[in-house]
Design a protein around this ligand. Structure first.
Ligand code: DX5
Ligand code: ZN
Length: 219
Protein backbone atom coordinates (compact mmCIF):
# COMPACT_ATOMS: atom_id res chain seq x y z
CA UNK A 1 0.00 0.00 0.00
CA UNK A 2 2.67 2.42 -1.01
CA UNK A 3 1.11 4.43 -3.81
CA UNK A 4 -0.66 7.75 -3.24
CA UNK A 5 -4.43 7.50 -2.89
CA UNK A 6 -7.22 10.01 -2.36
CA UNK A 7 -10.01 8.70 -0.14
CA UNK A 8 -13.07 10.98 -0.09
CA UNK A 9 -15.00 10.68 3.17
CA UNK A 10 -18.69 10.25 2.42
CA UNK A 11 -19.51 11.85 5.77
CA UNK A 12 -19.70 15.09 3.80
CA UNK A 13 -21.63 13.60 0.85
CA UNK A 14 -25.33 14.17 0.10
CA UNK A 15 -27.00 11.40 2.12
CA UNK A 16 -30.28 11.93 0.31
CA UNK A 17 -28.58 10.94 -2.95
CA UNK A 18 -25.68 8.94 -1.58
CA UNK A 19 -25.24 6.50 -4.46
CA UNK A 20 -25.21 9.29 -7.05
CA UNK A 21 -22.75 11.34 -5.01
CA UNK A 22 -20.39 8.39 -4.50
CA UNK A 23 -20.54 7.54 -8.21
CA UNK A 24 -19.76 11.17 -8.99
CA UNK A 25 -16.72 11.28 -6.72
CA UNK A 26 -15.43 7.98 -8.13
CA UNK A 27 -15.73 9.34 -11.67
CA UNK A 28 -13.91 12.44 -10.45
CA UNK A 29 -10.81 10.40 -9.57
CA UNK A 30 -11.32 9.01 -6.05
CA UNK A 31 -9.10 5.97 -5.41
CA UNK A 32 -10.84 4.76 -2.27
CA UNK A 33 -14.25 5.39 -0.65
CA UNK A 34 -13.84 6.28 3.04
CA UNK A 35 -16.84 5.35 5.18
CA UNK A 36 -17.07 6.80 8.69
CA UNK A 37 -18.90 4.54 11.14
CA UNK A 38 -19.83 6.29 14.41
CA UNK A 39 -21.76 4.83 17.33
CA UNK A 40 -22.62 7.77 19.58
CA UNK A 41 -20.40 6.29 22.33
CA UNK A 42 -16.80 6.31 21.19
CA UNK A 43 -17.56 9.55 19.35
CA UNK A 44 -20.49 11.94 19.90
CA UNK A 45 -22.03 11.39 16.47
CA UNK A 46 -24.00 8.49 14.94
CA UNK A 47 -23.69 7.61 11.26
CA UNK A 48 -23.49 4.49 9.12
CA UNK A 49 -23.93 0.74 9.61
CA UNK A 50 -23.24 -2.35 7.48
CA UNK A 51 -26.46 -1.83 5.47
CA UNK A 52 -25.06 1.28 3.84
CA UNK A 53 -21.74 -0.44 3.07
CA UNK A 54 -23.69 -3.24 1.41
CA UNK A 55 -25.73 -0.75 -0.60
CA UNK A 56 -22.60 1.04 -1.86
CA UNK A 57 -20.65 -2.15 -2.68
CA UNK A 58 -22.06 -2.66 -6.21
CA UNK A 59 -21.03 0.86 -7.25
CA UNK A 60 -17.31 0.17 -7.53
CA UNK A 61 -14.41 -2.27 -7.43
CA UNK A 62 -12.29 0.35 -5.67
CA UNK A 63 -11.60 -0.23 -1.97
CA UNK A 64 -14.30 0.57 0.56
CA UNK A 65 -12.38 1.87 3.56
CA UNK A 66 -14.47 1.37 6.70
CA UNK A 67 -13.31 3.55 9.61
CA UNK A 68 -14.82 2.14 12.78
CA UNK A 69 -15.23 4.85 15.41
CA UNK A 70 -17.12 2.49 17.70
CA UNK A 71 -16.72 0.81 21.05
CA UNK A 72 -16.23 -2.93 21.01
CA UNK A 73 -15.35 -3.19 17.31
CA UNK A 74 -15.01 -7.00 17.57
CA UNK A 75 -18.76 -7.21 17.71
CA UNK A 76 -19.21 -5.70 14.23
CA UNK A 77 -16.16 -6.66 12.20
CA UNK A 78 -17.74 -9.74 10.65
CA UNK A 79 -20.84 -7.78 9.66
CA UNK A 80 -18.84 -5.05 7.91
CA UNK A 81 -16.67 -7.65 6.18
CA UNK A 82 -19.79 -9.49 4.96
CA UNK A 83 -21.26 -6.19 3.76
CA UNK A 84 -18.29 -5.70 1.43
CA UNK A 85 -15.68 -3.63 3.27
CA UNK A 86 -12.15 -4.03 1.83
CA UNK A 87 -10.26 -2.19 4.52
CA UNK A 88 -11.37 -2.13 8.15
CA UNK A 89 -9.66 0.22 10.58
CA UNK A 90 -10.14 0.14 14.34
CA UNK A 91 -9.12 2.69 16.95
CA UNK A 92 -6.23 1.93 19.28
CA UNK A 93 -8.32 3.41 22.09
CA UNK A 94 -11.17 0.89 21.69
CA UNK A 95 -9.64 -2.54 22.11
CA UNK A 96 -8.44 -4.69 24.99
CA UNK A 97 -7.18 -7.24 22.46
CA UNK A 98 -6.15 -5.22 19.44
CA UNK A 99 -3.82 -7.88 18.11
CA UNK A 100 -6.66 -10.38 18.04
CA UNK A 101 -9.06 -7.83 16.50
CA UNK A 102 -6.64 -6.98 13.70
CA UNK A 103 -5.88 -10.65 13.09
CA UNK A 104 -9.60 -11.33 12.76
CA UNK A 105 -9.88 -8.65 10.05
CA UNK A 106 -7.06 -10.29 8.09
CA UNK A 107 -8.55 -13.76 8.61
CA UNK A 108 -11.67 -12.44 6.92
CA UNK A 109 -9.51 -11.54 3.90
CA UNK A 110 -9.60 -7.78 4.50
CA UNK A 111 -6.87 -5.22 5.01
CA UNK A 112 -6.46 -4.36 8.67
CA UNK A 113 -5.60 -0.92 10.01
CA UNK A 114 -5.05 0.70 13.38
CA UNK A 115 -6.11 4.31 14.02
CA UNK A 116 -4.66 6.76 16.55
CA UNK A 117 -6.52 9.73 17.98
CA UNK A 118 -4.50 12.97 18.20
CA UNK A 119 -3.50 12.43 21.86
CA UNK A 120 -2.79 8.69 21.61
CA UNK A 121 0.84 7.54 21.63
CA UNK A 122 1.94 5.19 18.84
CA UNK A 123 4.40 2.95 20.68
CA UNK A 124 2.08 -0.07 20.48
CA UNK A 125 3.00 -0.17 16.78
CA UNK A 126 6.23 -1.90 17.85
CA UNK A 127 4.04 -4.89 18.68
CA UNK A 128 1.62 -4.64 15.77
CA UNK A 129 3.44 -3.44 12.67
CA UNK A 130 4.22 -6.88 11.28
CA UNK A 131 0.54 -7.84 11.40
CA UNK A 132 -1.26 -4.88 9.85
CA UNK A 133 -1.70 -3.31 6.41
CA UNK A 134 -2.17 0.32 7.34
CA UNK A 135 -1.85 2.87 10.10
CA UNK A 136 -4.19 5.85 10.20
CA UNK A 137 -3.37 9.09 11.97
CA UNK A 138 -6.32 11.21 13.08
CA UNK A 139 -5.47 14.84 12.39
CA UNK A 140 -8.73 15.97 14.06
CA UNK A 141 -10.62 14.62 17.06
CA UNK A 142 -13.01 12.16 15.43
CA UNK A 143 -16.74 12.71 15.29
CA UNK A 144 -17.38 15.40 12.72
CA UNK A 145 -16.29 16.58 9.31
CA UNK A 146 -15.05 20.06 8.56
CA UNK A 147 -12.64 20.51 11.49
CA UNK A 148 -9.17 22.06 11.30
CA UNK A 149 -6.02 19.98 10.83
CA UNK A 150 -4.03 19.50 14.07
CA UNK A 151 -0.38 20.18 13.16
CA UNK A 152 1.16 17.67 15.61
CA UNK A 153 -0.14 14.95 13.26
CA UNK A 154 2.81 15.74 10.98
CA UNK A 155 5.36 14.65 13.58
CA UNK A 156 3.32 11.55 14.33
CA UNK A 157 3.31 10.62 10.64
CA UNK A 158 7.10 11.08 10.48
CA UNK A 159 7.63 8.81 13.47
CA UNK A 160 5.35 6.13 12.00
CA UNK A 161 7.18 6.32 8.68
CA UNK A 162 10.47 5.77 10.48
CA UNK A 163 9.12 2.72 12.27
CA UNK A 164 7.81 1.22 9.04
CA UNK A 165 11.04 2.02 7.18
CA UNK A 166 13.18 0.49 9.92
CA UNK A 167 11.47 -2.85 9.29
CA UNK A 168 11.27 -2.39 5.52
CA UNK A 169 7.51 -3.02 5.54
CA UNK A 170 4.87 -1.97 3.00
CA UNK A 171 2.36 -0.66 5.55
CA UNK A 172 0.28 2.28 4.28
CA UNK A 173 0.06 5.56 6.20
CA UNK A 174 -3.39 7.13 6.04
CA UNK A 175 -4.30 10.52 7.45
CA UNK A 176 -7.82 11.66 8.30
CA UNK A 177 -9.15 15.08 9.17
CA UNK A 178 -8.77 18.60 7.86
CA UNK A 179 -6.96 17.57 4.67
CA UNK A 180 -7.32 19.59 1.48
CA UNK A 181 -5.40 21.23 -1.34
CA UNK A 182 -3.81 23.68 1.10
CA UNK A 183 -1.98 21.13 3.23
CA UNK A 184 -1.82 17.80 1.36
CA UNK A 185 1.71 18.62 0.15
CA UNK A 186 3.20 18.89 3.63
CA UNK A 187 1.24 15.88 4.85
CA UNK A 188 2.66 13.82 1.97
CA UNK A 189 6.15 15.17 2.67
CA UNK A 190 5.81 13.92 6.26
CA UNK A 191 5.23 10.42 4.89
CA UNK A 192 1.51 9.79 4.46
CA UNK A 193 0.31 8.14 1.25
CA UNK A 194 -3.47 7.77 1.71
CA UNK A 195 -5.41 11.00 2.19
CA UNK A 196 -8.95 11.14 3.54
CA UNK A 197 -10.80 14.33 2.63
CA UNK A 198 -14.46 15.01 3.26
CA UNK A 199 -15.49 18.64 3.30
CA UNK A 200 -12.62 19.75 1.04
CA UNK A 201 -14.02 17.57 -1.78
CA UNK A 202 -17.77 17.35 -1.20
CA UNK A 203 -17.90 21.03 -0.24
CA UNK A 204 -16.89 22.08 -3.76
CA UNK A 205 -19.02 21.96 -6.91
CA UNK A 206 -16.33 20.30 -9.05
CA UNK A 207 -14.97 17.22 -7.24
CA UNK A 208 -12.62 16.43 -10.14
CA UNK A 209 -10.93 19.78 -9.92
CA UNK A 210 -10.26 19.42 -6.16
CA UNK A 211 -8.94 15.87 -6.57
CA UNK A 212 -6.68 16.89 -9.46
CA UNK A 213 -5.34 19.84 -7.44
CA UNK A 214 -4.63 17.52 -4.52
CA UNK A 215 -2.95 14.86 -6.68
CA UNK A 216 -0.79 17.47 -8.42
CA UNK A 217 0.98 17.99 -5.10
CA UNK A 218 1.88 14.33 -4.63
CA UNK A 219 5.23 13.05 -5.86
C1 DX5 B 1 -13.84 12.49 11.34
C2 DX5 B 1 -13.89 11.48 10.21
C3 DX5 B 1 -13.31 11.99 8.96
C4 DX5 B 1 -14.01 13.21 8.41
C5 DX5 B 1 -13.04 13.99 7.62
O1 DX5 B 1 -14.31 11.90 12.50
O2 DX5 B 1 -13.20 10.30 10.55
O3 DX5 B 1 -13.19 10.98 7.97
O4 DX5 B 1 -15.13 12.90 7.65
O5 DX5 B 1 -13.69 15.14 7.24
P1 DX5 B 1 -12.88 16.43 6.81
O6 DX5 B 1 -12.04 16.08 5.63
O7 DX5 B 1 -13.99 17.39 6.48
O8 DX5 B 1 -12.05 16.87 7.99
ZN1 ZN C 1 -12.70 8.83 8.90
Amino acid sequence: MKEFMIAPSILSADFCRLGDDVTKVLQAGADVVHIDVMDGHFVPNITIGPLVVKALRPLTDKPLDVHLMIENPDRYIDAFAAAGADWITVHAETGYHLHRTLARIRDLGKKAGIVFNPATPIEILDWLLDDIDLVMVMSVNPGFGGQSFIPSALEKIRLIKEKIGARNLQVGIEVDGGIGPGNIGEVAAAGANIFVAGSAIFGQPDYGEVIRTMKAQLF
